[in-house]
Design a protein around this ligand. Structure first.
Ligand code: HEM
Length: 263
């Protein structure tokens, strides 16, 4: 569950800033981001956010903490719970009154992206190459559906042969789109196995392996693969950066009563 909350925070921040827009359900006025390519049949954890929100509002006697802030804190706490680093989450993000499936499709990076497409995408959000590499380390936890890595295991050459064979059992050429594979060897531990997997050409997603494919990011992947302390420290720094993307503050936006619905 922790993995899903970290991913939700990322998908929130990459679409018009960290404003809780990912949490809004479809309605007559909301073209929900839950229906964007990257989220449909994939994004999870919304019930957990609802539960946290209810508990926090009850403790405060009224809704004073935004859904965007709850997501940022829950993402951090998930990482800590799985053995990762901690960091201070600045608070005060307010919630959006709109959502955009189109913006989600345009802004959330896809697993078939090349390294240069990934770098450009992150740059557009004020994040550099180092942020890209270290934040991709988020894939040290959680799972991916067969549909997101099928092309990689059947058609890419930069993949360990035996590893590809193993994944083919989980992910046949046809069917099994929803079958899950762990994103690294230790999917419930926030360790640096993701990076050592990449060095051994065992990236599950095409986009993962792009980070170690003879390009400018190879050296950093190698460094994190044997230095989990550096990975943890840099991950914390980049998460703060990501969590501060274009927040709504002051009188902009609102504090939602219910994370799924605009007040
Ligand atoms: C660099 C570009 C990225 C791409 C192309 C990408 C793509 C993906 C894809 C395709 C999945 C599998 C989803 C599914 O099959 O349902 C996934 C899972 C995940 N991603 Fe990413 N991702 C990227 C960056 C990030 C970042 C920056 C984070 C957080 C810091 C992150 C956190 C996660 C987590 C935790 C999961 C597992 C979710 C779960 O098990 O519920 N990803 N990602």
């Amino acid at each position: 569950m922790g993995a899903s909350l970290l991913r939700l925070h990322f998908h929130d921040c990459f679409v018009n800033g960290c404003d809780g827009s990912i949490l809004l359900d479809p309605s007559s006025t909301i073209d929900s981001e839950k229906n964007a390519f990257a989220n449909v049949q994939s994004a999870r954890g919304f019930e957990v956010v609802d539960e946290i929100k209810q508990a926090v509002d009850q403790a405060c006697g009224k809704p004073v903490v935004s859904c965007a802030d709850i997501l940022a804190v829950a993402a951090r706490d998930s990482v800590v719970a799985l053995g990762g680093p901690t960091w201070k989450v600045k608070l005060g993000r307010r919630d959006s009154t709109t959502a955009s499936r189109e913006a989600a499709n345009a802004n959330i990076p896809a697993p078939f992206f090349s390294l240069s497409e990934l770098i450009t995408n992150f740059k557009n959000h004020g994040l550099d190459e180092k942020d890209l590499v270290v934040l991709s380390g988020g894939h040290t936890i959680g799972f991916a559906r067969c549909a997101t890595f099928r092309d990689h295991i059947y058609n890419d050459s930069n993949i360990n042969h035996r590893f590809a064979q193993e994944l083919k059992y989980i992910c046949p050429r046809k069917g099994g789109d929803l079958n899950l594979a762990p994103l690294d060897d230790t999917a419930a531990q926030f360790d640096s196995a993701y990076f050592s997997d990449l060095v051994h050409r065992k990236g599950v997603l095409h986009s993962d392996q792009e980070m170690f494919n003879g390009g400018s990011t190879d050296a950093l992947v190698k460094r994190y693969s044997y230095n989990s302390k550096a990975f943890h420290q840099d991950f914390a720094k980049s998460m703060i950066k990501m969590g501060n993307i274009k927040p709504l503050t002051g009188s902009k936006g609102q504090i939602r009563f219910n994370c799924r619905i605009v007040n």
